[in-house]
Design a protein around this ligand. Structure first.
Ligand SMILES: Nc1ncnc2c1ncn2[C@@H]1O[C@H](COP(=O)(O)OP(=O)(O)OP(=O)(O)O)[C@@H](O)[C@H]1O
Ligand SMILES: O=P(O)(O)O[C@@H]1[C@H](O)[C@H](O)[C@@H](OP(=O)(O)O)[C@H](OP(=O)(O)O)[C@H]1O
Length: 290
């Protein structure tokens, strides 16, 4: 006997998860629209607190720790799961991309890195100092600071890390995307000049800013190296979520941050909201008034 339905429900084909930037091998696809990210205790602690913070709608749902092939993973929502052939952009937020504790460690026990020297000269052979050239190595904090000033991190408080379009093209070559007009051009290309999508993103960023300004979690954490993941598809659906809490650390009470004041070593300020303000201003200026 053949069963048929007069109103067949279209089975939605889920697009496979894709990683835009970040450490290779950190993720595994889970089932039911979930994602496994290699366990990091710092990130686990953040997720646990975020699930009962006002920021919860702006982060992937978190489902605890799971094991696969003897490796522990944090289990979270795949933010792409409800999109159809999504376009994805990863923007690293904040004016500083290394923790104050990394700076202290580098001073106490300097460990120059050859891999970072190689990455540096691949972008600019003239960037290393004489000393770095002699060692063929650079300190991680020095590399990170160099990346900050080369890109828009130091001047705008955020930088574009990578973009994957729905046609499958992926671009992670934004190390030198520094000036406002370069950022604008990249954003317009990301949305294929669709101003309705940009307007949705602007609305979501404003909502996020409002929630961040009130969040207990945000006040009490130094948020470094965290990204905003922008996702939209051809249906016009668009969303933005905070991801990557591997370097989001609690502050010693009663210290809190306003996330806008300039960083001076010791004050732990990360420039997150300063960057978000700049992002919102940029979008506001390119969108025609309604
Ligand atoms: N919850 C999620 N849903 C969908 N995609 C995600 C999610 N989390 C991360 N990704 C994808 O993986 C990429 C890397 O994520 P993330 O920054 O968390 O990894 P990482 O290895 O910690 O990165 P980093 O090298 O900056 O430390 C993102 O750019 C995004 O493409
Ligand atoms: O983007 P690039 O130029 O490749 O540089 C990497 C990037 O800054 C990552 O955020 C950082 O990881 P963390 O944020 O986790 O520190 C990584 O450090 P690592 O090599 O020590 O992992 C850098 O190599």
């Amino acid at each position: 006997m053949v069963n048929w339905s007069p109103n067949p429900v279209a089975v939605k084909k889920r697009s496979p998860w894709v990683q835009v930037v970040g450490h290779a091998g950190n993720f595994q696809m889970g089932s039911d629209g979930r994602l496994l990210k290699k366990f990091c205790e710092c990130e686990q602690q953040c997720f646990l607190q975020l699930m009962s913070d006002s920021l919860q709608p702006f982060v992937p749902g978190y489902y605890g720790v799971t094991q696969r092939d003897e490796q522990d993973y944090n289990l979270m929502d795949d933010l792409l799961a409800d999109f159809d052939s999504p376009c994805i952009m990863d923007c690293k937020m904040g004016s500083r991309t290394y923790l104050e504790e990394e700076l202290e460690k580098a001073r106490e026990c300097p460990q120059p890195r050859k891999d970072m020297y190689e990455k540096m000269i691949a972008v600019d052979p003239n960037a290393p100092t004489m000393d770095e050239r002699a060692r063929q190595a650079v300190l991680k904090t020095r590399y990170m600071q160099w990346r900050e000033t080369l890109s828009s991190t130091a001047t705008l408080g955020f930088r574009i890390e990578g973009i994957k379009k729905s046609d499958g093209t992926c671009n992670t070559n934004f190390k030198r995307t520094k000036y406002k007009d370069e950022v604008i051009q990249t954003l317009e290309d990301f949305v294929d000049n669709n101003m309705l999508i940009l307007r949705s993103y602007l609305q979501r960023l404003k909502e996020l800013r409002g929630v961040l300004e009130k969040s207990d979690f945000f006040k009490a954490h130094e948020v470094v190296g965290s990204s905003l993941l922008f996702v939209h598809d051809l249906t016009g659906k668009a969303g933005i979520w905070m991801i990557d809490f591997g370097k989001t650390v609690p502050l010693p009470p009663p210290l809190t941050l306003d996330h806008r004041s300039p960083w001076v070593e010791g004050n732990r300020e990360d420039g997150y909201l300063w960057g978000l303000d700049n992002f919102i201003d940029i979008l506001t200026n390119i969108l025609p008034e309604k």
